[in-house]
Design a protein around this ligand. Sequence first.
Ligand SMILES: Cc1cc2nc3c(=O)[nH]c(=O)nc-3n(C[C@H](O)[C@H](O)[C@H](O)COP(=O)(O)OP(=O)(O)OC[C@H]3O[C@@H](n4cnc5c(N)ncnc54)[C@H](O)[C@@H]3O)c2cc1C
Length: 424
Amino acid sequence: MTIRVAIAGGGIAGLCLARGLLQYPQFDVQVYEQVQQHKDKGGALALHANAIGAMVILDPALKQAYFRKANSMLEDDEEEMATQVIMGEGKHTGEVIASLGRAKGRKTVARVDLIAGYQDLVPEEIVHMGKRLERIEEKEDGEVVLAFCDGSMATADCLIGADGIHSVTRQHLLGTNHPAALPVNHEKWYRVGAKLPMEVVEKTLSPEFLGFVPIICGPNGSFNMTPIRYGKVMNIGVFKKAKCDEEIGLVPSPEDFVDYHPDCAKMIELIRSAYNQDQVWAIYDHDHAPFFDKGNVVMIGDAAHATLPFIGNGAAQAIEDGAVLHALFAHVTRKSQISAAFATFDETRRPRALRVVDLSRKAGLIYLYEFDGFWKEEDGVEALKENWKKIGSFTNDVDLATQNKLAVSAFKRIISKEINGADE
Ligand SMILES: Cc1cc2nc3c(=O)[nH]c(=O)nc-3n(C[C@H](O)[C@H](O)[C@H](O)COP(=O)(O)OP(=O)(O)OC[C@H]3O[C@@H](n4cnc5c(N)ncnc54)[C@H](O)[C@@H]3O)c2cc1C
């Protein structure tokens, strides 16, 4: 029996999962993506060890595509490197307080390049571009009808909503009036950034913050730098909290950073020199969804748990989602088992993914020195580093094989009960 799987959203989560599910003969997988073509909106990612591990579980080709498209900061793929969180202001300026996402063969990549790499791994005929999902209808027999903005429709035996932070699937599952249905920006976060030629950056900044991914902290904003395009371009951003809505998007002045490491004011000058409205973003996440699935519909990735970017793990969580669904779907051979697979996915993934949402919120504030119980100056900087280790370890040191094994055992328990129950 062929089981028809519709994936809404051909981004990171959707394409990784599609590639993984293609390995199973029982599925007919179709991906519906709203854009005609993915454009470079300036997003740059560093994928941490948990993301790379999840890619390997889904299909090692995904890791190879990432490695092929990414900028390498190390000559040897076996060498390890991490994002370094550095104090940029105050008496501990220059102190590295955390290492996030330590991984072999440390890479950074423009989102658009990563998606192009993944798209090459999925047959063109199953990725339907320009199909913006507008409405979902669930039939009594479990069939799902997808209605697109162009008036066309598709039917499937299940829908996996990988349709990003503004997810239609999420609104369908939670209901449009649910308080967690839409993205939120409680703290009025925004990011002002620029993509600059690497030679300009190298001439302007000291080598201290180059050659890796630094996050430089301080009370007026935190900076990060991500080399992309095989090291030819540097993506520089400053993250700030606005005091009121009108302030969201205001480009900061170098004077705001006179108490910081001298390179920070220079980064602001660089950003101002290459100012482009497209590089100014308000930053949103989701309040917790009480569930990720209902019947034969599930949401994954940013659709389910959009997270602030501060610990660099949103895409990683999206790929982890794919890895768990991939493990579960290996055992789905009948349409009647889909809802149990989705329920098990929810049980396995929701606590971890939502914890990442919470940790990211916390991290953004810590970068602004709003420690609020996380650390006190009198405890010393070593205590701060110890606290950070727990956050870094939670995301990076996950045992994905065990996560999958537990999920599969739970799923098998449910379906064996159903089979035995049906026999009785
Ligand atoms: C500034 C910033 C930096 C970040 N850095 C990192 C990092 O270093 N590491 C990391 O792991 N994560 C990072 N993230 C998070 C990461 O970008 C996201 O978590 C990741 O892109 C989520 O993947 P996704 O596939 O779920 O969603 P998306 O990548 O948003 O993909 C969703 C897809 O669905 C499509 N879509 C949307 N609506 C519809 C619809 N109605 N119908 C059909 N298609 C639709 C969209 O066009 C898109 O292609 C960062 C985010 C930001 C904002």
